[in-house]
Design a protein around this ligand. Structure first.
Ligand SMILES: *Cc1c(COP(=O)(O)O)cnc(C)c1O
Length: 413
């Protein structure tokens, strides 16, 4: 068997053409001809399956060490399809700090369909256990599944997949992990006990901010059958051209992530020493809490290219963001170009402010997705933007207190 970095490049070749093309073809066909009325063709209609999508689905299943992979038109379409394998009356325990769209999907959409969800702090294993077991006094049924992200967004707390999976399986619950932030290059959750892995392939896997896509991989034939039913019936499938974009992105995943992590570590160190920065959240820093480092040494082979930091009180984070030139001010992450954003206004506004503060996403928190540029340009860019924020503190006639209060008010809307 070939090794991971070779698998990234080659996938599992399908050999269905006679041209010698080194890349799998993009089949732009919605339907496939039957040889005869009685024949059972391998492909009949492209929603149910097609060779371009199958290449990508086999590629991600191989990389995540799963039984079968599925490609969807977005990460949220993948999550929707996965949650649709459950039934009204089922209960799912959900990490308290999940992607905003996932939070809304649970709390606005699926709650209306009778699929219950209970938030839990996944770093507290005793809390995870009691949430999964449920409160029988309250009439809870044991949870059917626990759902969480490998690294939380935007605070980058490391979740211990193996420990959570052991607890979940003791109670007969499935383990669903959103592995978007680390990718199989840094961790393969199915090997640690997870049953289903989900990706927003929009991020690191595709890697170039040019496609919206989702992937899911399951362990076992039963889950494969159930998820295939959801994929084919709900129909949120990824089109062949997009499947090819993700396939090509995956080929360079290791190269990109190595550079992104190297840059992220350098930037985290720079920010840590900056007088306008109060805290830096990046598990790759030696100063991170030792339990995170210990956890990381168990399951993670790296820490990814996303980090976040809080500025000291009085500094307006939006002045920093509005003055960046190399970093683009944008949501999303995991691409070759560096992006910066203000979670309270841009990615996490769907979370009620109280919930947001409870999980530690303050109004002063800035998130960076570090790309593959020259790290000196990235650090210089941050430095000059921080200088502007420092200058803004001293502008005559503007009360620092007022401008900060305005920013905080803005974050509340
Ligand atoms: C972006 C993201 C999603 C949603 O994926 P889309 O491709 O935008 O639909 C889900 N989970 C995480 C962790 C994400 O970052």
């Amino acid at each position: 068997m070939t090794r991971f970095n070779t698998q990234l490049v080659h996938g599992l070749s399908v050999n269905d053409n006679t041209t010698g093309a080194v890349n799998p073809p993009i089949y732009n066909s919605s339907t496939y001809a039957f040889e005869s009325v009685d024949s059972m063709p391998r492909w009949d209609y492209a929603r149910s399956g097609n060779p371009t999508r199958e290449f990508l689905e086999r590629q991600i299943a191989q990389l995540e060490h799963g039984t079968r992979g599925f490609a969807f038109s977005s990460g949220l379409a993948a999550i929707h399809a996965v949650l649709s394998i459950f039934r009204p009356g089922d209960r799912i325990v959900v990490g308290a700090n999940v992607y905003g769209g996932t939070y809304s999907l649970f709390n606005e959409h699926f709650s209306g369909w009778g699929l219950g969800s209970d938030p839990v702090d996944t770093s507290d294993l005793a809390a995870v256990e009691s949430a999964i077991a449920g409160d029988s006094q309250r009439g809870d049924v044991p949870a059917r599944a626990v759902y969480f992200e490998t690294l939380t967004n935007p605070l980058l707390r490391v979740n211990d997949v193996a420990a959570i999976a052991r607890i979940a399986h003791r109670h007969g619950a499935l383990v669903i992990v959103d592995n978007t932030f680390v990718t199989p290059y840094l961790q393969q959750p199915l090997d640690l006990g997870a049953d289903i892995v989900i990706h927003s392939a929009t991020k690191y896997l595709a890697g170039h901010s040019d496609v919206i896509a989702g992937l899911a991989v399951v362990k076992g034939d039963d889950l494969a059958k159930r998820l295939y039913y959801s994929q084919n019936r709900l129909g949120g499938v990824l089109a062949p051209a997009e499947c090819d974009s993700v396939r090509r992105g995956i080929q360079t995943l290791a190269l990109r992530m190595d550079r992104q992590q190297e840059n992220a570590v350098a930037i985290a160190r720079y920010l840590l020493a900056h007088p306008l920065v109060r805290t830096v959240h990046y598990p790759g820093l030696p100063s991170s809490s030792s339990s995170d480092t210990a956890l990381a040494s168990k399951g993670l082979r790296g820490f990814g290219g996303v980090l976040s930091f809080e500025v000291v009180p009085g500094v307006d984070p939006s002045v920093i963001l509005d003055n960046l030139h190399v970093f683009r001010l944008a949501v999303s992450l995991g691409a070759v170009e560096s992006l910066a954003e203000l979670p309270c206004r841009m990615t996490h506004f769907e979370l009620p402010r109280e919930e947001r503060l409870k999980v530690g996403i303050t109004d002063e928190l800035i998130r960076l997705s570090v790309g593959i540029e020259d790290v000196d340009d990235l650090i210089e860019d941050l430095g000059q933007a921080l200088d502007k924020a420092y200058d803004a503190l001293g502008v005559p006639g503007v009360s620092v207190h007022d401008s900060f209060a305005d920013a905080a008010r803005g974050c509340r809307v």
